[in-house]
Design a protein around this ligand. Structure first.
Ligand SMILES: Nc1ncnc2c1ncn2[C@@H]1O[C@H](COP(=O)(O)OP(=O)(O)OP(=O)(O)O)[C@@H](O)[C@H]1O
Length: 337
């Protein structure tokens, strides 16, 4: 990204603190109960739990679309109840399930909506919109002038993400952001989003029903049960390796061992190649996975090729091998996600 073209300083991501947060709706529904958790600056925290357990209500209390009945939300230590709600929402990006793009505005105008409200000069808004469209994988020249109905569902979803990032928010809230598209597009968007987050490093709170999405995207996962009660808050590998309550064990399911392989890097089981750089004997005949792959990828490659091990490559170089025994041993011990 050409930061020199944009005079706006990039805002540091902010930490979010939820302190004893609760919401009881007027009809008596207790949606969230005494929720306390800390979202470190620059991390992506996933809220997951069964339908109706209060996940969306938590997001909406963070941006003050819903007023808590008890507790506080602090952003970088400042109580959001004391902020002007409109100004607060401009500092917080919000991506929702069905995107909510303005149908009668072009893609570029949609992405520039918040900067326009903030009174940025037109040339800067346009530059920012085009920069963000590129960032989310849309060509500004082709897609910038289109209207939302002229895009595919996945493209609309990308525009929604670009729009939420436009004013360089200190916090990004995402409510089921990838659920309105087919499973293949969903997987692709999720992978793209992971790369995007590695680049922009925002503080993100993301709501999903999908455990795979949670373990692949989350730095930490908060599992909520009915009434918005926090069951466990942990890193993905820890959540899968040591469910803290019977509810979590049931929620992460019997296949949690396999899921855990997906969040354990192949490096955790690597048998390094010889120090002189010569490849392990027979490595040339093995299927290969890149160094950034997970143990799950390694197992898939072994099963597909009916091979006893995989070679691990860093670019063109074979850096070592992982056998089935190495893989299961490391999977059982758990790696860091
Ligand atoms: N405005 C409202 N008035 C009354 N009850 C509400 C209101 N909004 C949500 N609720 C209730 O609060 C509870 C939590 O809803 P919320 O949408 O936060 O859950 P969720 O976990 O996001 O659900 P889902 O996964 O199905 O989207 C539900 O029982 C819901 O019916």
């Amino acid at each position: 990204m050409d930061r020199t073209a944009d005079p706006a300083p990039t805002l540091r991501p902010a930490a979010i603190t939820l302190e004893g947060l609760a919401k009881r709706y007027d009809d008596g529904t207790q949606a969230v109960t005494g929720l306390s958790l800390e979202v470190p600056a620059g991390e992506l925290v996933v809220l997951i739990g069964p339908s109706g357990c209060g996940k969306s209500t938590v997001l909406r209390m963070i941006n003050r679309l819903v007023t808590p009945t008890a507790g506080r939300v602090l952003i970088d230590g400042a109580d959001t109840a004391e902020a002007d709600p409109v100004a607060l929402r401009r500092r917080i990006g919000y991506v929702i399930q069905h995107v909510g793009l303005f149908p009668h505005q072009s893609v570029r105008a949609n992405v520039g909506a918040v900067p326009r409200l903030l009174g940025w000069p037109r040339s800067r808004i346009r530059r920012r919109a085009d920069e963000l469209l590129e960032l989310v994988g849309l060509d500004p020249a082709t897609h910038g002038r289109r209207y939302p109905h002229e895009l595919s569902g996945g493209q609309r979803q990308r525009v929604g993400v670009a729009r939420a990032l436009a004013a360089d928010p200190v916090v990004l809230l995402m409510d089921e952001p990838f659920s309105a598209v087919d499973p293949v597009t969903r997987g692709r968007l999720r992978d793209e989003f992971r790369r995007l987050q590695a680049e922009v490093r925002k503080t993100i709170v993301l709501v999903t029903h999908d455990l795979d999405e949670a373990v692949r995207l989350g730095d930490r996962i908060a599992v909520l049960s009915a009434g918005g009660r926090l069951e466990q808050y942990a890193r993905p590998a820890d959540l899968l390796g040591a469910p803290g309550t019977a509810f979590v064990a049931d929620f992460v399911g019997a296949d949690r061992g396999v899921r855990r392989l997906a969040v354990t890097p192949v490096a955790a089981a690597l048998r390094p190649a010889a120090a002189d750089g010569s490849p392990a004997p027979g490595a040339a005949d093995l299927p290969a996975v890149p160094l950034g792959a997970s143990l799950y990828d390694a197992l898939s490659a072994m099963l597909a090729a009916d091979a006893p091990a995989v070679a691990v490559r860093d670019g063109d170089r074979t850096v070592g091998t992982v056998s089935r025994a190495d893989l299961f041993a490391a999977g059982a011990a758990g790696g860091t996600a």
